[in-house]
Structure formats: C-alpha cells, structure tokens
Ligand binder design. Structure first.
Ligand code: SF4
Length: 470
C-alpha cells in the first residue's frame, strides 16, 4: 500500500500555509503548546460526530488501530465495500499519498453516498475544500460516489424531552461544489508533496493566514520578536490588528481611528495608564465588606443539554461564591453543581438570590452571555466592563480571564487541573453523559472554582488598591 504523507488535516494546514505544513512534518517540536480551549473545541467535534452517526445507525467502524495503522483501516473499508455493507463509519481511503477518513459512507439504491459531519452551524469555504479533498481521494482510490453531503448543526433546533438527532442536524448536498474543485485538488496535493520533498523550508511571510481559518501552531516560532501595539488592542479582532499593523508601516496614523473604545485602548497603552470609569470605581470603593465574589461556570454546548434549549445556548451549570473581608479573609462560601437533569438556570438564580440577598456581586463571566434570568442579580461583570471600555488595562492583551489577571497583577494564574471554562464544560458534559467518574469531575470543578475565585479576589483587591488612589 502506498505511504500516507498527507491527511485531511495536514492538507488543510498546507492550504493555509506551506511553511506550516513543512514545519509540522519536519520540525514538529517547534509547535506551540495547544491551548486547552482549542483542545476542548476539537474534542467537542468528535462528540458531535458520534451523535451524528445516529442518523445512520448500526454502521461498521472502519477505523482500527492508531493513525499509523491506516493500512488496516483501508483494508477493512475495502472489505466492507466489497460486501456492500449498508453503513460505514470512518471509512478510510488512500490515493496520491493522501489518507482520508470519511465520517459516514452509506450504500443505498445500489449507489455509495458520502457524508462528513461538522460541529458547526455554518458551512465555510474550508469545509467545502475539505469535502473536495475527500471526494477526490475517494474517487482516485477507485470508488464512485453518487453524492457528497455535509451534516451540520441546525442552530434553530429546540430540544424536546429527548434529543431528536434528525432535527438537530441539517444536511446540505455539496456535490456540485466538490465536483467543481475536482480539477484543482490534484494540483494542490502535488504542490504540497513537492514542498515536503525539498530540503529547504518554504519562505512564507507572516500574515492574516497565521490565524485564518485556524490558529497556526507555529506562531511562537514565526512571530518571535514581532511586536506592535496593534496586536495588543483587545477591541480589535486579529484581521483588524493586522490591517493596523500594515497600514501603520505605510504611514497610517492612529488619529484616523473612529471607534471610541479602540481609540481609548490605543491611548492608554501609549500612556501606560489604566483607566476605570468614575461611576464604577465609586461602586467598588463605597462597597463595604463583605465583598462577594462569584464564579459562574458557563458552557455553550453544541448539543443542547436541556429541554427547550438550542445548540450553543449558554448554560450556567455551576457556581461558587465567597464573601470576603476587606483584608482578604474568606468569611463564607457556597458551591453548587447541577445534576444535569433539568435546566438549572432558574434554580441557580433563585438560590443565589436567597443566599446573596441583594448584595453587589463581583464576577468575571468568561464564556458566553448570561441568560436574561440573571438580570435580577446584582452582578458586576468585570469582563463586560472591559469590553465596554469602562475598565482599560494598558497591559491587557485580550478579554480572557487569564489576560485580566495578568494585566492587573503581573502574574499568570496557575490551576490545579482544569484551566479554562470550555475545558471544564466539555469534561462535565462528557462525565455526566458517560457517568464514568462523577466524583472526579466534581472535585475538578470544585478545584477550578477555588482557583479562579482566588485570582478574581486577588486581582480585584490589587486593582482597587492601585486605582482608587489615582
Ligand atoms: S505562523 Fe504564519 S507564517 Fe508561520 S507557519 Fe504559521 S501560518 Fe505560516
């Protein structure tokens, strides 16, 4: 069997940047450590794939062994095709030194039909390209397929008592698109294989492609030493940051910036000065102890957890609060973790209303938007204050909780196990569905709450001490 040099993911990497592909294959150790947030998104994708198999149940899984044993998967796929099995999962095909695994292959009305699952609610150009590669390799390996379809999440689906897989997903026929690209895919594969066969790395300069469509794993290597104020303006997305960077080199002036928050973030960075809006500072300084710090764990699951919720809708499934004296001593605390049987939103709001009884609550809602039911609580969301420009930290690089702690304490948070809300949400979802180790996830979540609240308290007091004296 021919050697697999490219795969679907390395092909997409090569299309994004040939240098990234070259580094991945030849200097893997130069890769950045993958952020926990990205690992969580990646793992969420595989869970969606498993659920989508419910659209075509009782299939045979062709993926056997690890990635290096692709020959076994290809052989198994061939056997299943010869015996005309009705449904195959992870069918493997190889041609032109490229291996692909197709999520679902079905045999109906004497024809083969290909399906690829996406854990997204939109179809992007990259998904079409990815489908075109699969279509090309399947055909080059000798199998004729009647059509190619993408399965993706219907964002308007509202869950009933049970999850209805047929309603959760939408299916779009992209056969015309992949046939249209058929002629160029072979050239693209050859271009990538050629680049890999050379002893010299392609010289690709940095650019927007470093984060589009995906964050490149080699930014630490290629961007080493590249510094520019535009890349530290949290109110700008990367594309805009890059435009500012390029334009400034061509003589663009910051005075041309029209967005008020962007303008102020630029100004405060230049002056190396933080800012807090007077009325907000007043709220903080006139607050008498106990100070209440609340950590809410939110998650936007692709597969809705509860009846009457939609895909990606924010779910608040756990909280932890501490009341703290002005010298930082914990006076009282409480934690809650939902059992995931019903949507805990109203229960949590009611419990917090009773426990915190009208107090002003300091929080940092890191992921998603709080459901409107939370409006009755007196929550001061520091993340929202950053986004709205009511707090500006001249050292703040983005709006994440860790960046907030870093900007106002000068230290990076350290966590026992879970390090980011998305990771906690995914692990909680997985453990509760599989019911494998509930005690472990409870402990992890409790530790995560404690870790985050400790940094929230520290950052807030640090912040207050510094800026209320300004
Ligand atoms: S950081 Fe940019 S230039 Fe470097 S390999 Fe990645 S995409 Fe290519």
């Amino acid at each position: 069997m021919e050697k697999a040099i490219l795969s679907k993911s390395t092909f997409i990497k090569g299309e994004q940047c040939l240098k990234a592909l070259y580094l991945y294959k030849n200097n893997y150790s130069l890769r950045d450590k993958m952020p926990a947030e990205r690992v969580a998104v990646f793992n969420r994708g595989s869970r969606v794939g498993e659920i989508a198999q419910g659209l075509f149940p009782k299939g045979i899984n062709c993926k056997i062994g690890g990635p290096r044993q692709y020959n076994k998967a290809v052989e198994k796929t061939l056997e299943c095709i010869h015996s005309q099995e009705k449904v195959l999962y992870e069918a493997a095909f190889i041609a032109e030194n490229t291996i692909i695994y197709l999520d679902i292959l079905t045999f109906e009305n004497e024809k083969w039909h290909a399906y690829e699952v996406k854990s997204s609610s939109k179809i992007s150009e990259t998904y079409i390209l990815d489908a075109a590669l699969q279509y090309y390799i399947i055909r080059q390996s000798g199998l004729e397929i009647a059509d190619f379809q993408l399965i993706y999440i219907d964002e308007n689906y509202v869950r009933g008592e049970q999850l209805e897989v047929e309603k959760l997903f939408q299916i779009q026929d992209v056969t015309e698109h992949v046939q249209h690209l058929y002629g160029v895919i072979g050239d693209k594969i050859q271009q990538q294989l050629n680049a890999l066969s050379k002893s010299i790395m392609p010289e690709t300069p940095i650019g927007i492609h470093c984060r589009t469509p995906y964050d490149c794993d080699f930014q630490g290597y290629c961007w080493n030493g590249i510094e520019h104020i535009a890349f530290e303006i949290p109110a700008l997305d990367f594309e805009k940051q890059w435009h500012f960077f390029e334009k400034q080199q061509a003589g663009f002036s910051e005075s041309e910036i029209t967005d008020d928050i962007v303008k102020r973030q630029f100004e405060h960075k230049r002056r190396k000065k933080d800012f807090i809006q007077d009325s907000l500072l007043q709220v903080f300084t006139e607050k008498k102890e106990p100070y209440i710090f609340l950590n809410l764990l939110t998650y936007c699951p692709a597969i809705p957890w509860f009846k009457e919720t939609k895909p990606y809708q924010t779910v608040v499934y756990s909280y932890y609060w501490e009341s703290v004296s002005s010298d930082g001593k914990i006076l009282n605390s409480s934690m809650y973790l939902s059992d995931m049987v019903t949507d805990p939103t109203f229960f949590i709001v009611e419990k917090l209303s009773n426990e915190l009884n009208g107090h002003k609550i300091i929080s940092f809602v890191d992921d998603g938007i709080l459901p409107p039911a939370f409006d009755i609580l007196n929550i001061i969301d520091l993340k929202k204050a950053l986004i709205d420009g009511n707090i500006i930290g001249y050292k703040l690089k983005n709006y994440s909780f860790d960046a907030f702690v870093q900007a106002f304490t000068g230290r990076n948070p350290w966590y026992k196990k879970l390090v980011v809300d998305k990771q906690a949400g995914l692990q909680y979802e997985k453990e509760f569905i599989e019911k494998s180790d509930l005690q472990a996830i409870k402990e992890n979540i409790s530790d995560y709450h404690n870790d985050k609240n400790k940094y929230l308290v520290k950052t807030f007091f640090n912040f207050l001490k510094t800026y209320s004296n300004d």
